[in-house]
Write a protein of this length. Structure first.
Ligand SMILES: [Zn+2]
Length: 457
């Protein structure tokens, strides 16, 4: 079984990456400081050439020949890879159903949400569980080049044990042989880029215990998807379940441990195994943030990404609900513990990848702030937000760094993100698949925005 798994994992990775966006022109960014996403120190005065969809040159400007195509002066600017959020749940699906049983979809809401990622420099997302009629249509439209969107990878439905965590969005499996046809249907119809499972007591937080998937069933499902060339991730929230999932063969974890401080053994295990895990601090922290600092919604990135009506509702109705909920204050208490868990694993050599568990671009920047607050150096946080996301998704051969031969997903910044991680929001322009995004044409919930860079070719 193990050998078949290894052979099949590589095959599908090169597909599904390129999309069919119009071929971009060739252009040269000169005299820019490159922070390439690998963790390497910033490289000043570099020249980067983008030809079509790919980065074809990354070299010191002194050694570069004549510029190719249009020239962009990157003096005083910083070039980082496009950010990657490997745990989102795209908005758009509605609780109401159509007569055929599928969920109604608010397409405009999904499109504005996707636009907010691009606007904020997030060029790749992994949707870790959604109604298929919402996310799979957006994935299709993105790959057909029909919409302004980050690259979308998705599980479609997730897979869980009946009655367990995430049941409402799940294919429910109670017995491998009996229910295998449901897995075949999920693979054939939804073509998951990565399978999301859940393996957790619904008792996490302060709720009563409910059913948990048996570990041998978890292992059978992981092997089955791997044998179809599909990587896997799993919702876990504590160290015990994380360890069991890792030894059941899981490829990645969809969350860090937030139930309590991790043991030294777990830190060493994560460093030895290098099982990538999504950071997802923002989802827990956002409740108390709204209650205590609702003014964050007035910052330009949120004004662009969230409609005025929704910001108003968040500041009033939603704020009052969060304030009254014990979950808000439990999460506030646990966030520093979770931050320290992540810091320890990263310091030991484990692989964290930025994930927010949310549905808008600004959340990725909040996640980076929280990671820096955790005590992780900014240069490492940029790696977590870029190359490590590609590692998590099994796409590091094509995505995640500013290196020759990779697909050109890039963010040009006006100020140095190493000085302050908030400077990752000080965006001049965003490049996806070689094409410089015109933000004035993005369907943002906050309305059309001005182009931020005037020196474009
Ligand atoms: Zn999630």
């Amino acid at each position: 079984m193990k050998r078949a798994k290894l052979l099949l994992l590589g095959a599908a990775t090169a597909l599904a990456l390129s999309g069919t966006a119009a071929r971009a022109a060739i252009y040269t960014i000169q005299h820019v400081t490159v922070i390439d996403g690998t963790g390497r120190a910033p490289q000043p005065d570099m020249t980067v050439v983008v030809d079509g969809q790919r980065i074809t040159t990354v070299t010191p400007s002194a050694a570069a020949g004549a510029p190719q195509g249009n020239v962009i002066d990157g003096t005083g600017k910083y070039l980082i890879p496009g950010l990657m959020d490997v745990h989102i749940h795209l908005r758009g699906w509605q609780p109401e159903k159509n007569p055929d049983g599928t969920h109604k979809v608010d397409r405009q809401l999904a499109l504005s949400s996707l636009a907010s990622y691009i606007y904020e420099g997030v060029t790749t997302v992994f949707d870790a569980g959604n109604q298929p009629e919402n996310i799979l249509e957006m994935r299709r439209a993105e790959r057909a080049g029909e919409i302004q969107s980050p690259r979308i990878f998705a599980t479609g439905n997730l897979v869980t044990y009946p009655g367990s965590h995430g049941d409402a969005m799940a294919v429910r499996i109670s017995d491998f042989e009996k229910d295998k046809a449901l897995l075949d249907k999920h693979i054939a119809e939804q073509k998951p880029d990565m399978l999301k499972l859940t393996y957790d007591e619904e008792g996490w937080g302060a709720r009563p215990m409910i059913t948990l998937m048996p570990t041998d069933l978890l292992q059978q499902i992981i092997e089955y998807y791997n044998e179809h060339g599909i990587r896997t991730t799993v919702h876990v929230s504590n160290e015990k379940r994380a360890i069991e999932a890792i030894y059941a063969g899981i490829d990645t974890l969809a969350h860090p441990d937030i139930q309590g401080p991790v043991s030294d053994n777990f830190v060493r295990l994560m460093a030895a195994r290098k099982t990538p895990f999504a950071t997802t601090l923002t989802i827990g922290e956002n409740y108390s943030r709204l209650v205590e600092h609702p003014e964050y919604l007035d910052r330009p990135d949120y004004v662009a990404s969230v409609s005025a009506a929704e910001r108003q509702k968040l500041k009033t109705e939603t704020l009052a609900q969060y304030k009254a909920r014990s979950w808000t204050w439990w999460m506030k208490l646990m966030t520093p513990i979770c931050e320290e868990n992540i810091r320890k694993i990263v310091a030991a050599g484990g692989v964290a990848a930025l994930g927010t568990d949310q549905s808008s671009g600004p959340a990725a920047h909040r996640e980076m702030e929280l990671l820096v607050q955790a005590g992780i150096p900014a240069l490492e946080v940029i790696k977590i937000a870029t190359l490590n996301g590609a590692v998590f998704l099994g796409k590091a051969d094509e995505l995640g760094s500013v290196e020759t031969g990779k697909l050109a997903d890039l963010v040009l910044l006006n100020s140095n993100p190493i000085d302050s991680i908030d400077n990752s929001e000080d965006i001049a322009f965003v490049v996806k698949n070689g094409a410089i995004i015109d933000e004035s044409k993005l369907p943002l919930a906050g309305g059309p925005q001005k182009r931020r860079f005037t020196g474009r070719p």
